[in-house]
Design a binder for this molecule. Sequence first.
Ligand code: NDP
Length: 398
Amino acid sequence: MSKRVLIIGAGGVSNVVVHKCAMNSEVFGHITLASRTLSKCEAIAKDVKACCGVDVDTRSVNADSVEELVALIDDVQPDIVINVALPYQDLAIMDACIATKVDYLDTANYEHPSLAKFEYKLQWERDAAFKEAGIMGLLGSGFDPGATNIFCAYAQKHYFDEIHTIDILDCNAGDHGYPFATNFNPEINLREVSANGRYWENGEWIETKPMEIMQVWDYPEVGPKDSYLLYHEELESLVKHIKGLQRIRFFMTFGASYLKHMEVLENVGMLGIEPVEHQGQRIIPIEFLKTLLPDPASLGPRTKGKTNIGIVAEGIKDGAKKKIYIYQVKDHEECYAEVKSQGVSYTTGVPAMIGAKLMLEGIWKKEGVWNMEQLDPDPFMEELNKQGLPWQIIELEA
Ligand code: NDP
């Protein structure tokens, strides 16, 4: 079975997706990579040819234009579109998939460029149109969201009658040697971490100030790290799909230097998303900051250390209390040696490839728009072990 894939976006995550699709060429028989900047597609295609001996077709596209996307899809005739551009393009790419009746997958939920707020509403609203077109849309097939949703579904399926609490714990202990840089698109990353925190308890969303709640968590193979409560998009779908849930929170580690830079940038207005007038030109501060910061794709060769992302779930099995920790540890240098990317792009790109592989193989074949935890977690968990992201489960004292 050999299928055609169209990958949109040519950044850090895309680099991993293209490499991993090429490494699974029995499924991804023909790969087209399209993005705004053709030279970035060509650079990835060149690396993939050198590493895997696979040819990648390259195109340029403005993924904000449904019309351009439809023309591209009609020309390429893919069996699936993998969207690893930015969250701003999600709706346009989904609409192009509806128009051309082609399956869709992404790794991050839709955001409007001038509104720092992300939610599934507009993507879920396309469920009926996806069903009518007879196609599947898989939302959030990265690591978090993505593998973390699958960890929750796996815990629910195999370990619990009811899960009462979930903490998602995201640690990046990588050191790139810069005083300040972000591991994925700076604009998306900084919008996420500078927003108010939010978690869900007993049917209600509780809002916190940014970085207001902190706990120290001892991450296996990494050690204890300050972990801050953030709102993260998978919480919105998990509260709908996990049985008996009473509380769910998301924590991410940040070092002191990162937080100090964030605070200063925020205080001087550099994280602003509204245009400001500068010497006769209109500039969006956070976009200008992105221009100044190191390109996340350039961090690969410099980054040392590990990521550890997982979930702690607590609940009831056969009348007894139970608590488990499912996590995945990845070494940044190992990622770079394999696909010339740092660990954050790697841990996002591999699950994107796996989601697409399961869809193309017909193992995850549905119509409509789906979140990861609604699907059978077992084949995904098996693939994580095979494709470079082996995971562990440990029992904790309940
Ligand atoms: P990058 O900024 O490195 O790459 C984004 C790519 O999209 C760039 O090549 C960019 O083009 C392209 N692009 C942007 N706008 C357009 C457009 N209008 N038309 C065509 N192409 C466009 O981002 P990352 O690779 O770091 O992230 C990719 C996605 O992965 C993001 O949505 C991010 O939120 C998500 N992500 C998900 C994670 C998860 O675990 N679920 C974790 C990390 C990231 P150009 O090169 O010309 O700028």
